[in-house]
Design a protein around this ligand. Structure first.
Ligand code: PEP
Length: 264
């Protein structure tokens, strides 16, 4: 079974030089045996996207963006925005959408995310769609209700697609409890597994083609806890923030998933 380990670099590193060093270290340290059982991807910031996509072209590491414009899939008078077509043109073929930091700092809501996902898919980009509850919602045991609401973006996009089967290859869902992102706090593997089972069931209820969607866990994943998450049958990989900025920790997480999923 193939797993996914995706690095969300956020607004890091500060310089092109540091980006080049990270890419070089990843390529040097990555073992050839990783690729069949664990697909790696990195999502640099827009300023570094084209350079990283070019460096990773014809390697086993995919490249994705962290966002696309909601306003237009191609071009237009949208200062500061980057469209799905422009992302595709860099050679990056995926984008993260709906990350909790975008929801929090840029007030991205259901309608915005439907637009973004429609544009991304229209331009042939794959989408890593992030969902997750806040600490308050977790404490109030509202997690599944919150996720059901956030997943409705996928339900709406699916309804309007001519060919839903494309989604099964172009969609990844990342469950990222907001309270676990960058905090060092993680839910138990049992909690994550129950939540992933619910997400998979919900996606399958939208369309049978979505039943095989990869569901990743994200939130303070590191080299130490990755083997525990990898051991769960319903955790198909990890979306990694902080630990993706060092080649050694990122690759250790990938090795943990490759070791477990490669045997299944
Ligand atoms: C993220 O922001 O997607 C993330 C999972 O961050 P971290 O791994 O640093 O918690």
């Amino acid at each position: 079974m193939q797993s996914w380990v995706i690095g969300n670099w956020k607004q890091n590193p500060a310089t092109q030089h540091a980006v080049n060093t990270l890419i070089d270290e990843l390529q040097e340290a990555m073992s050839a045996s990783l690729a069949p059982s664990c697909q790696l991807m990195v999502a640099p910031s827009f300023i570094h996207l084209a350079a990283v996509a070019a460096q990773l072209n014809e390697t086993d590491i995919l490249c994705g963006a962290q966002d696309v414009s909601a306003h237009s899939a191609s071009t237009g008078a949208y200062t500061g925005d980057v469209s799905a077509a422009q992302v595709q043109d860099t050679g990056a073929h995926w984008t993260i959408l709906g990350h909790s930091e975008r929801r929090q700092y840029h007030h991205e809501d259901h309608d915005t995310l439907v637009q973004k996902m429609n544009h991304a898919l229209h331009q042939g980009l794959g989408v890593i769609f992030c969902i997750g509850e806040s600490q308050q919602q977790y404490d109030a045991k509202e997690t599944l209700d919150v996720l059901d609401t956030q997943l409705k973006v996928i339900a709406e996009v699916t309804q309007n697609l001519d060919d839903t089967t494309v989604l099964s290859e172009k969609l990844i869902v990342a469950y990222e409890p907001v309270w676990a992102i960058g905090t060092g706090k993680v839910p138990t593997v049992v909690e994550v597994s129950d939540t992933h089972a619910h997400i998979k069931q919900t996606l399958a209820s939208y369309h049978h083609a979505l039943g095989s969607t990869a569901v990743l866990y994200g939130g303070s994943v590191n080299a130490d806890n990755a083997p525990d998450f990898a051991a769960s049958d319903v955790v198909d990989g990890a979306l990694v923030g902080g630990a993706s900025l060092k080649a050694a920790s990122f690759l250790a997480i990938a090795e943990a998933f490759a070791a477990t999923k490669g045997n299944k």
